[in-house]
Design a protein around this ligand. Structure first.
Ligand code: UDP
Length: 329
């Protein structure tokens, strides 16, 4: 298929771009490079453009005769969304509405949307199924939930076929370490812990050890980025006019912040000192997926089910690329 990936130069987007490319799809990344990396995209497959530039978006969709869009482009830091919500509402909501309008104008009727477990807020039941109430506790989750509603309404009114894939914690790197995670600034747990092992950071600050969890630190479901990518391919195959898929993507295994640090110690052999600091605003205690619906609907199953294997794949990338993608590339 001819597929446009917004944010295709970003972390999850680039892993999906490569997987689609290798599977023989005609792939185009559309990215403003505010967070993404030119080097992460298959050669000659990047269109540098902004979601707010409707003229360029629509022209790109028409020129490459795009049949489906995967929409990764978004801001995705829970903490920053609390302190700077304006950026989040603008990029994640207004930017996506611009994309949806451009798609309608160009007659593109399929979309796979990067949603998030942050739409659930503090869930009443864990593991979380898709029928759990969506009640976000931070602006990031709220912006994603607004778009889920827009997709449902557009599907109903205009026959849009969509899959909202609710990622749990994206992590790890491509098995051959050709691409991996590189955010600036980095705020995610696993890369920050691995920066300690690389000697780039003195210790890891743990945001709160007084949560109602077994060791007091927050529990998350870390899902490998290549497993997210395979789910995107499966969702794409599954989409028809008017499809409405809403699926959790996680392993079903929770790991606490302390357990992640411990896994990093094992994988790297570094003692990794920790410092307990206050809670980060917007963090629920525990988010773990029940992903059985994705399994039933798409036949999808994650290959990486243990935190150590996920950390090991991230570690290979960070060891080989200690400065990430060189800036500007
Ligand atoms: N975390 C932490 N120290 C850090 C970064 C993250 O203790 O320096 C915790 C954070 O509070 C959360 C978990 O690690 O409970 C995962 O956070 P991350 O930012 O990686 O992903 P998020 O869950 O926000 O999507």
């Amino acid at each position: 298929m001819r597929v446009l990936l917004t944010g295709g130069a970003g972390y999850v987007g680039s892993h999906a771009a490569w997987m689609l490319h290798r599977a023989g799809h005609d792939v185009w990344a559309y990215d403003n490079l505010s967070e993404g990396h030119r080097k992460a995209v298959p050669e000659g497959r990047l269109v540098v453009g902004d979601l707010m530039d409707r003229t360029k978006l629509e022209a790109t969709l028409r020129e490459h005769k795009i049949e489906a869009v995967m929409h990764f482009a978004a801001l995705a830091y829970v903490g920053v969304s609390v302190t700077n919500p304006a950026e989040y509402y603008q990029n994640n909501i207004v930017g996506t509405l611009s994309l949806l309008d451009s798609m309608r104008a160009a007659g593109v009727n399929r979309i796979v949307f990067s949603s998030t477990c942050a739409t659930y807020g503090t869930p009443e039941r864990v593991p979380i199924t898709e029928s759990e109430k969506q009640s976000p506790i931070n602006p990031y989750g709220f912006t994603k939930l607004v778009i889920e509603h827009a997709l449902a309404d557009y599907s109903h009114a205009y026959g849009l076929g969509y899959a909202a894939l609710r990622y749990f914690n994206a992590s790890g790197a491509a098995a051959d370490s050709s691409i991996g995670e590189d955010h600036d600034p980095e705020t995610h747990l696993i890369p920050l812990v691995l920066q300690v092992a690389l000697g780039q950071r003195e210790n890891i600050k743990i945001f709160g050890d007084d949560y109602p969890t077994p060791d007091g630190t927050c529990v998350r479901d870390y899902i490998h980025v290549d497993d997210l990518a395979t789910a995107h391919l499966a969702a794409l195959k599954n989409l028809n006019d008017g499809s409405q898929l809403k699926l959790n993507l996680g392993t079903g295994n929770g790991a606490s912040v302390m357990q992640v640090v411990e896994a990093c110690r094992k994988v790297t052999g570094h003692p990794i000192p920790v410092e307990i600091v206050g809670r980060r605003e917007g963090d629920p205690p525990e988010l773990v997926a029940d992903a059985s619906l994705a399994n039933q609907t798409l036949g999808w199953q994650p290959k990486y089910t243990h935190i150590e294997a996920i950390v090991a794949s991230a570690w290979h990338w960070h060891q080989q690329n200690p400065r990430g993608f060189v800036r500007g590339e």
